[in-house]
Design a protein around this ligand. Structure first.
Ligand code: URA
Length: 225
């Protein structure tokens, strides 16, 4: 198998294995040493290319394409969902199916649209049959999401649904217990709310989502969207 150095590093990072480099070729001096950067150092184009060829977990076997993320690369809001569904897998863009239309409405309610936020998923490949991603799949993909967050440097993260919330917060609490309050990912405020796919089934919960969106908006630096 022909594996790029970047891909090898991504595999090792996903397995939590320290990458040993020759003396003088540590993270600080890789450019000098000429070694390829790890995922945590990639720019947007390199990261996109790395994700597009990723085979870190079995989800790559059945995907049509990876679904990287969309929106403003300097967005104040970053929306993090679960995984691509059938429509997203076909089109290569997150949240373009029915749940995505509802997400667009949720964003419009606070004066936003998908061009002014950044939208990404916990995993970049569609799980077969639209099942939830497994923990190992989410952790294999985590370096990519972390790098997206580091590149966007959002003022606020909105985690929609259980998979995003539990993975980002390393919690197994249900969304009902995580929503409605401020969390943080490092120094970035994080708010959890229900997934729009759940709202399609339980529209009466929309009022709780509205209150989560208002909370999120209040956590922005100047308190405005
Ligand atoms: N649900 C998600 O969480 N993400 C998508 O991209 C589509 C549906």
């Amino acid at each position: 198998m022909n594996m790029s150095e970047q891909q090898r590093r991504a595999y090792l990072e996903a397995l939590d294995i320290d990458v040993w480099l020759p003396r003088g070729a540590d993270a600080e001096s890789q450019d000098v040493a000429g070694a390829p950067p790890s995922v945590a150092e990639l720019g947007w184009d390199e990261l996109r290319a790395c994700v597009a060829e990723c085979q870190l977990c079995d989800l790559h076997r059945e995907r049509t394409q990876t679904v990287f993320g969309v929106g403003a690369e300097d967005a104040r809001w970053m929306i993090i969902g679960e995984a691509p569904g059938v429509e997203e897998d076909r089109r290569g863009e997150p949240f373009v199916g029915r749940a995505g239309q509802l997400l667009d409405e949720m964003l419009r309610a606070v004066g936003l649209d998908r061009g002014s936020v950044y939208i990404a998923n916990t995993v970049k490949c569609r799980p077969p049959g639209n099942r939830n991603p497994e923990a190992a799949e989410a952790s294999a993909c985590r370096a990519y999401l972390d790098r997206q967050i580091a590149l966007v440097r959002p003022e606020l993260i909105l985690a929609v649904g259980k998979v995003a919330a539990q993975n980002l917060l390393a919690s197994d609490a249900p969304v009902g217990r995580l929503r409605g309050r401020r969390h943080a990912l490092g120094d970035i405020p994080l708010v959890v709310t229900y997934h729009p796919a759940y709202l399609l089934r339980s529209p009466s919960q929309k009022r709780l989502v509205w209150s989560d969106l208002c909370l999120a908006r209040s956590l922005l630096r100047e308190g405005a969207a």
